[in-house]
Design a protein around this ligand. Structure first.
Ligand code: NDP
Ligand code: 2IT
Length: 445
């Protein structure tokens, strides 16, 4: 009897009402896995799929803090500890008003497969809060982070659960949270990754997700005898992942022509050079400003109604948020000659968009493969902390490149069909097998 995708998804929707991003992420994985499960019935017998969609633990908590006017504010905090079969829970924290249980469950679910693909021993988790840092002072962000950690600290630890950054959580927030963790536990340990370089952080961690995404695209392009040299690249977002994807693509000889933020898209047909990118890094990371300033500074187009996929490119790297590239955008990209897409963000392409890319035989790398470089270097940060050392920039970069190559090979192993590599199936099956086998080995727990 073949695995019944329809009734499985009905069960997921009934048990997790209203969690549309979680349904979307599970649907994609289950579709990839169904033919594989038919050939490997032990996973069905051990009910691995039924178990893997259920978080091992969900922590939800009140985060009260006092703003600069002396008023009490209340946010909600979460940590989804999804799966620990192959290592301690690991995954980022997102602070954004759109955060709710279903969004974090989708991200935690994806993280399980992604972390497995990195080849490192890390389970999957995600967390965060509906806190909106926009317009908040440093003092308010610190007050929030300290309150958030004053509850989270009892649920994490270097061998239990190791959080990191994600949207709106970067070096500043990790610093404030780490300080509070250290005060509460009286322990200097590697409990968070993305730490500052002078207090336990790893070189290349800030660059890792963007660089890794480009490295994976390099591997995909190689299968077609192509490279980044001379290519035009469209990138969305202008935060951590977008910035370093832009830097690496440019270093490899490509011209990046777009970036975006919540206020719109910039189109710079002359290319976002190293000097212009330094301006973006300062604008976004230090001044916390908008790309409208970039458009004024470099006299280029800024649009509030066009997204980056409206412009002609060879390579598209969506690096902002989930479901930011839909079926129409995919059609437009394919029509304009785009042949390679790497998901720097988590699930930025809608199911319709993915379908269009696969139908057009686009080189398409899903987020759990393409953006795994970030968590991979987080894993390397954990190793460096454990052995109390720090590796050079070049050492970490080489290890990252090696991991991205291994992820590509895993996708080919499970996703090659004739002369086409379906990286979606490859990543889903490749990520699943290691976790599923570990779950079977460890019994029903
Ligand atoms: P950042 O907060 O550094 O940057 C996010 C970018 O996306 C910003 O430019 C932001 O615009 C834009 N953005 C966010 N929400 C929206 C929205 N609703 N509409 C339009 N633009 C939006 O986050 P990261 O770069 O770290 O994360 C980007 C993506 O990459 C996320 O999907 C994350 O899950 C994923 N990812 C991150 C990893 C990491 O190591 N950081 C690792 C793997 C995946 P604005 O500047 O206006 O706020
Ligand atoms: O989505 C992700 O992989 C991240 N936000 C990074 C997680 C991590 O633990 O480095």
């Amino acid at each position: 009897m073949s695995f019944d995708v329809k009734s499985f998804m009905q069960m997921i929707e009934a048990k997790n009402p209203g969690e549309k991003e979680f349904h979307q992420a599970v649907t994609e994985v289950v579709h990839s896995l169904a033919p594989f499960l038919d050939k490997n019935p032990k996973y069905v017998k051990h009910k691995v799929l039924e178990r893997i969609v259920e978080p091992e633990r969900v922590i939800m908590f009140r985060v009260p803090w006092v703003d600069d006017k002396g008023e009490i504010q209340v946010n909600r905090g979460f940590r989804i500890q999804m799966n620990s079969a192959i290592g301690p829970y690991k995954g980022g924290l997102r602070f954004d008003p759109s955060v709710y249980l279903g969004l974090l469950k989708f991200l935690a679910f994806e993280q399980v497969f992604k972390n497995s693909l990195t080849t490192l021993p890390m389970g999957g988790a995600k967390g965060g809060s509906d806190f909106d840092p926009a317009g908040k002072s440093d003092n308010e962000v610190m007050a929030f982070c300290q309150s958030f950690m004053s509850e989270l600290f009892r649920h994490i630890g270097p061998n239990i659960d190791v959080p990191a950054g994600d949207i709106n959580v970067g070096g500043r927030e990790i610093g404030y949270m780490y300080g509070m963790y250290k005060k509460l536990t009286n322990e200097f340990t590697g409990v968070l990754t993305g730490k500052g370089l002078n207090w336990g952080g790893s070189l290349i961690r800030p660059e890792a997700t963007g660089y890794g995404c480009v490295y994976l695209c390099v591997e995909m392009m190689k299968t077609k005898g192509q490279s980044f040299q001379g290519k035009t690249v469209a990138i969305s977002g202008s935060g951590n992942v977008a910035q370093y994807a832009c830097q690496k693509a440019t270093q490899l000889g490509a011209k990046v022509v777009t970036l975006s933020d919540r206020g719109g898209t910039i189109y710079d047909p002359n290319g976002i050079t190293a000097e212009k990118l330094a301006y973006v890094i300062e604008l976004k990371g230090v001044k916390r400003g908008k790309l409208t300033d970039y458009a004024k500074e470099y006299k280029c187009e800024h649009s509030t109604d066009k997204n980056p996929w409206a412009y002609k490119c060879d390579v598209a790297l969506p690096c902002a948020k989930q479901n930011e590239l839909d079926g129409k955008d995919a059609e437009n990209l394919v029509k304009n000659g785009c042949t390679c897409v790497g998901e720097g963000a988590n699930m930025p392409c809608t199911p319709e968009a993915v379908e269009k890319f696969l139908a057009a035989k686009t080189l398409f790398a899903p987020g759990k493969a393409a953006n795994a470089g970030g968590v991979a270097v987080s894993g390397l940060e954990m190793s460096q902390n454990s052995i109390r050392t720090s590796w050079t920039r070049d050492e970490v970069d080489k290890k990252l490149e090696g991991i991205m190559r291994a992820i590509h090979e895993k996708c080919v192993e499970y996703g090659k069909k004739g002369d086409f590599i379906n990286y979606v199936d490859g990543a889903n099956i490749g990520g699943f097998v290691k976790v599923a086998d570990a779950m079977i080995d460890q019994g029903v727990v």
